[in-house]
Ligand binder design. Structure first.
Ligand code: FAD
Length: 419
């Protein structure tokens, strides 16, 4: 196994690998950490952006999107050995408060009444990537930042890859496309996907509040939108406002005092925000579902295979389930590109995608309805979905029979045979 860092000349001379992962987003890096525990795997990660290389300093507290992680994700991150470093940066969700503006009723779903330590954990995505990049730097995984995969072709025994800044092609037994929603690996192998743009946008921002915010998350239904509020520890919360572009623009264009007042009103005075932390960021909401996720010696994972509405906080959690399932599958045999192993992996994962998408679509339908009397049901439906997704991992409440993959703790010790 080779040990390199991105500026080491030796990795640019190496041209043969067992697994090449295109994309060093959180999902691609998690897979590299997982596969690094398997014996005899020479792994390379390619990342198009030079800015994704490990920065010496921890990302500032006001940067990036905020992720709610499920129980199964925490199990996998623990098995990868990074939860101890990440847990000090994560805030547990002890309860979810679901309410509808203009209605008196609300629902409080609590971890302790369900016998759980927490319903989920909240982390900032840049911090998660930073912790993973640090772990990778001291691993045997080779990384090339500022290196875009531009072409790939495969035959029975190898995949040949061309990189934009290197004349010599490299070869690998398995190519993993972890290169996000606009995946070039998906395009290179002509893998079909249904794709559309959802009519809403998401505005992401963090707030400093007048008092300690505790560990309660809020899901607040509003006329024509929904505001999710996640605890970030102390007086800080991370918010995602999903609504039509006009409403998002109206909120985003306010000066700070007006913005804080509008958010306070949306939350019915519960938050008492004092200041915006950092910038507000607006995201379009693509929806993508690959119909086929494998080609010869090639597989898609993470957003490259599925990109979902953020309202149910599932994208990264689903991507980590890809990582766990693929690592477990590859641990069973010596050839990471074995077509039978990849076919079996794909069958299992497509079933999970379909199930998740089904629940999400039902949820969005209910959420989109404007019939009188449905407001409370709508709120209940959404709140229950969040909790049941997490519980589904822990006690199979929502799993409809099927277990959800995560890496066993044994993985940390370097598991070699999990069959
Ligand atoms: C507002 C919002 C809130 C969200 N909240 C949650 C949440 O609470 N919980 C949750 O689980 N999920 C959430 N998600 C979803 C989650 O953020 C994504 O699912 C996850 O970050 C996707 O990670 P990824 O690694 O698959 O893709 P990406 O992060 O897109 O990474 C892909 C990487 O591939 C690189 N790349 C692309 N092309 C190439 C190429 N040709 N060669 C080399 N590299 C390439 C890119 O530069 C990029 O670094 C949210 C999303 C949004 C928008």
């Amino acid at each position: 196994m080779i040990t390199t860092i991105s500026h080491d000349k030796s990795i640019h001379e190496e041209t043969e690998y067992d697994v090449v992962i295109a994309g060093a987003g959180a999902v691609g890096m998690a897979l590299a950490l997982a596969l690094n525990r398997l014996p005899h795997h020479r792994i390379l990660i390619l990342e198009a952006l030079a800015s994704h290389a490990l920065q010496p300093l921890r990302p500032a507290a006001d940067q990036g999107r905020i992720l709610a992680l499920s129980w199964s994700s925490i199990q996998t991150l623990s098995a990868l050995g990074i939860w101890p470093a990440l847990s000090s940066e994560a805030t547990p969700i002890s309860a979810i408060h679901v309410s509808q503006r203009g209605w008196l009723g609300n629902t409080l779903l609590q971890a302790d009444t369900l016998g759980l330590e927490a319903l989920g954990w909240v982390v900032r995505e840049p911090v998660l990537r930073w912790v993973m990049a640090k772990a990778l730097q001291s691993s045997g995984v080779a990384m090339r930042y500022g290196t875009r995969l531009t072409a790939a072709s495969s035959d029975m025994s190898r995949v040949t890859l061309h990189l934009h800044n290197e004349s010599k092609p490299i070869t690998t037994s398995l190519l993993v496309g972890a290169d996000g929603t606009d995946s070039s690996v998906r395009a290179m192998f002509d893998l079909p996907a249904s794709r559309r743009s959802l009519p809403e946008q998401a505005l992401v921002f963090s707030l400093h509040c007048a008092a300690e915010c505790g560990t309660v998350a809020y899901e607040r239904f509003l006329e024509g939108g929904v505001l999710g509020v996640l605890p970030l520890g102390g007086r800080h919360v991370g918010c995602t406002y999903v609504a039509d572009p006009q409403r998002v623009e109206r909120l985003a264009s306010q000066h700070e005092a007006g913005f804080l007042q509008a958010v306070d009103a949306m939350m019915g005075g519960r938050l008492r925000p004092m200041a915006l932390l950092g910038e507000t960021r607006c995201f379009g909401l693509p929806w993508l579902m690959a119909q086929t996720i494998t080609a010869p010696r090639t597989v898609l994972i993470g957003n490259a295979a599925h990109t979902m509405h953020p309202v149910a906080a599932q994208g990264f959690n689903l991507g980590l389930r890809d990582v766990a399932a693929l690592a477990l599958a590859l641990a069973k045999g010596p050839d990471p590109g074995d077509q039978a192993v990849l076919a079996c992996y794909a069958r299992e994962r497509l079933a999970d995608y379909r199930q998740t998408a089904c629940v999400l679509q039902a949820l969005l339908k209910v959420y989109g309805m404007r019939l009188p009397g449905l407001a409370v049901l709508r709120g209940l439906g959404l709140g229950l979905l969040d909790v049941m997704q997490d519980l589904g991992d822990a006690v199979s409440l929502w799993g409809m029979g099927a277990g959800r993959p995560y890496l066993p703790a044994l993985w940390l010790g370097g598991i070699h045979d999990v069959s």
